[in-house]
Design a protein around this ligand. Sequence first.
Ligand code: BDR
Ligand code: CA
Length: 323
Amino acid sequence: MHSVIFDNDIGIDDAMALLLLHYAESVELLAITTRFGNASITDTTCNALIMKDLFGIEAPVFQGAAASIGKRLGEGFPIHVHGENGLGDIDLPAPQSKVEALPAAEALVEVTKEHDGEAIVIAVGGLTNIAQALDLDSNFAGRVKRLIIMGGAFGYNRHSGNVSPVAEANIASDPQAADIVFRSGMTIAIVGLDVTHEIIMDRPYMQSLRECAGEAGKFIASSHQYYLDFHHSLSGRFECPLHDSAAIAYLLAPDLFTTINQPVRAVTEGIAMGQTIHGDDLREYVSSAWDDVTESTICIGVDGPAVLELCRNILSKAAKIRD
Ligand code: BDR
Ligand code: CA
């Protein structure tokens, strides 16, 4: 059983990832921690509470960062990608569930104390809450079993940035926090654009979720309509990458991914702000910036169709059990 804290900025694709965590048989969802990103902190927290209500998710919701620790790339929220409400502007009920009083960073500290060495943190937004938890408690890094990040881009498979030629959105939304986390010594796996852009959902896939995955499938297909329209405006195709759910797939089926182990840094200023760069042990560099940085596991290849099948299986099996 995987004990998971889900740190997110819900978000169309974050919502699908949350549903996968909720319905995967081998996952115990301990807590949901929110952060600004795809929408304001008020909206992302509200979206988490609505997901709790709609799908009977029991994990408590803790509200986190409303702003980045350091300078971020860009300003405002990506309304053109996720809509005004962060969930593709589908009609949503007012939330009935209540947010917990404890701030997200403190919750990360407390929940990992209760599950010392067992809790896996999956972070699919910027890394502000995680950096704040590291700051609050010097033992936090050692207590987390593993941190799985959706974020970053290293240029594998010809995939580089999505908010600048080199920067991925989550890292760019708080590069300083990301660099703190990469240098923290935590056990980290990075699922970046190198692989998420190799896992492509199209309209027939969405339709299949709508048909075989019950209320969850209908919710994912409806909210993703906005996301597909955005990607259509970029590529001319109604297809979108599987970002945040790829981190869940990595948790559940790491064998579907090819990885390397290298130390990683995030660029915190200048034209490459938000870029993730890994070290290379083949050379003796003049720069010592990657020396003494613990290696992260970086995903550089993936069996995209198998990941899509895994996601559809989890969601459709859950629908069958409930019907
Ligand atoms: C990431 O940015 C956000 O818009 C998505 O939710 C995902 O976490 C992709 O770059
Ligand atoms: Ca996200």
